[in-house]
Structures are given as structure tokens and as C-alpha cells.
Design a protein around this ligand. Structure first.
Ligand code: NAI
Length: 253
């Protein structure tokens, strides 16, 4: 049976979208959850709603691109719940990406700082903690179908999401001797504030876009990605590491 009973999990970007759904599902499955986000107001709402439903959760404010704050996020987790078993490194942004010849390098730096460096920084301190405690933990890094197959006009995001898969495989190899598993989830078109914002920005019709991006002719709900995160976080996936799980309605098949 899928359970996260007794596990302590950090989920970054958990104030909204897939991170929020993942935090809620993990708590429902018995995990103690650290909701990590730079959006304090929405993050605290997630914590309140988890507690209202009988789960355990705490909020920590973090900008995942800031090393000191990431270090504090992991320390806060250990101070609050005593250990760290699972981390879902999910926070990301989609700034105003443009084709390479028009790329604004300030945007590039901003995106890379969150979407790639943020994932690496989180892994750095999560892995240090797991190694120190001898925890056979599970880390899940959120990539994207953009990390597998290109989408028009988003080269910086595509580069970051490809690199997330690369660094996931690298960490899986380096930490497998310690029994720590590192995997990636590559969501397709998931109905979240980020996707709605991107569709508006590029002027795409949501219904048409969903048909192009999924054999199932629809967007996924954030809960459907949360289920994949939960399986990878759980002991049911004990022989799975270094892999990418596509939750994309068949788009990359
Ligand atoms: P969202 O925009 O709905 O939520 C992202 C969360 O991350 C927000 O709560 C935001 O406050 C937080 N965040 C952003 N920058 C942060 C930072 N520097 N430090 C801490 N928190 C920060 O996003 P969504 O759609 O739920 O996406 C989650 C993940 O899934 C991202 O990694 C995204 O790239 C990926 N993804 C999303 C797809 C979609 O269709 N929505 C498709 C493929 C991948």
C-alpha cells in the first residue's frame, strides 16, 4: 500500500500548483510536511488547510536561489521534525523567455538561478543531511516535458529543465552507494497558475494546446503529478533511481 507514514518531507514551491497538491497528498499519506516557498501568505494557507484536515505541516520561507536560505530550510526541517527523508525540489519560474537571438540575459540569469541552481542548492543541503543521518532518502526533482522535447520560444527554460534531468542522474549515481535515490518527474500540460500564465503570455488557446500536448486531449490536474511524486517518495519505488517519470498524457511517447 502507498503510504508515507513516518516520513518527513520538504516540498519547495508548495504554496501553489503542483507543489501545493504534493504537500496536501503527502500529508494525507502520513508524512510530516515542510511547505517551503517564498510566498509566505499562500504557503501558510496550505499549512493551515493541511492541519485542518488532521495532517502535520510547517511553513518555511525560502528563496531556493539563495544558498543561506536553502541551508536554513533544511536546518528548519530537522529542528522541527528531527530528520529529512524526502524532498521534492519543485519550485520554478517561467520569466519572459524568448528565442535565443532575442534572449535577454538578465532573464536568463534569473531563470537559471531558480530553475537550475535552486534545484542543485536544495539537493546539496538535503543530501548533506541525509548522508549525515545515514537516511536512505528519496529526492525528486521536477523537470518538464521541456526537459525532453523542445517547445517554441523558451530556450532558457528548456536548457534548465534538460539540466535538471542531467543533474538528477548525476546525483543518483553519486549517492546510490549511500542508499539515497534521486529521480525526476517530467510533467506535461498541468493546469496550474504557471501554465495559465504561460498560455496567456504566448496567446495560446487552452483547449487547442491541451489537444496538441496530450494523447488524452486534456490538461492534467496537479493532483495527478502529486501521485507520481508520492510513489517516488514512498518505499514502493525502492529499486527506482536516476529515472525520469513522464506525467504528460503521452506527449513525449
Ligand atoms: P506554480 O507557478 O503554480 O507554482 C510554483 C511555486 O513555486 C509558487 O508557489 C512560487 O511561489 C514558488 N516559487 C517560485 N520561485 C521560487 C523561489 N525562488 N523560491 C521558492 N519558491 C519559489 O508552478 P507549477 O505549474 O505548479 O509548476 C511546478 C513545477 O512543475 C515547476 O518546476 C515547473 O517548471 C514544472 N512544470 C510545470 C508545468 C505546467 O504545466 N504547469 C509543466 C511542466 C513542468
Amino acid at each position: 500500500m502507498l503510504t508515507l507514514d513516518g516520513k518527513v518531507a520538504i516540498i519547495t514551491g508548495a504554496a501553489m500548483g503542483m507543489g501545493k497538491s504534493t504537500a496536501e497528498l503527502f500529508a494525507e499519506l502520513g508524512a510530516k510536511v515542510v511547505v517551503a516557498d517564498y510566498n509566505e501568505e499562500e504557503g501558510n494557507k496550505v499549512v493551515d488547510s493541511i492541519k485542518k484536515d488532521g495532517g502535520e505541516a510547517a511553513f518555511v520561507k525560502v528563496d531556493v536561489s539563495n544558498e543561506e536560505q536553502v541551508k536554513h530550510m533544511v536546518q528548519f526541517t530537522v529542528d522541527t521534525y528531527g530528520k529529512l527523508d524526502v524532498a521534492v525540489n519543485n519550485a520554478a519560474i517561467t520569466p519572459d523567455d524568448k528565442p535565443v537571438a532575442e534572449m535577454d540575459m538578465e532573464y536568463y540569469d534569473k531563470l537559471m538561478a531558480v530553475d537550475l541552481k535552486g534545484v542543485i542548492l536544495c539537493m546539496k543541503y538535503e543530501l548533506q543531511q541525509m548522508e549525515k543521518d545515514g537516511t536512505k532518502g528519496s529526492i525528486i526533482n521536477t523537470s518538464s516535458v521541456s526537459g525532453i522535447r523542445p517547445q517554441p520560444g523558451t530556450p532558457a527554460y528548456i536548457a534548465a529543465k534538460h539540466a535538471v534531468i542531467g543533474v538528477t542522474k548525476s546525483a543518483a549515481m553519486d549517492y546510490s552507494p549511500k542508499g539515497i535515490r534521486v529521480n525526476s518527474v517530467a510533467p506535461g500540460a498541468i493546469d496550474t497558475p504557471m501554465l495559465r500564465g504561460a498560455l496567456d503570455q504566448f496567446g495560446f488557446d487552452p483547449e487547442e494546446y491541451a489537444k496538441q500536448l496530450s494523447m488524452l486531449n486534456r490538461f492534467a490536474q496537479a493532483e495527478e503529478v502529486a501521485q507520481a511524486n508520492a510513489w517516488l517518495a514512498s518505499d514502493l519505488s525502492s529499486y527506482v533511481t536516476g529515472t525520469v517519470m513522464n506525467v504528460d498524457g503521452g506527449y513525449t511517447s
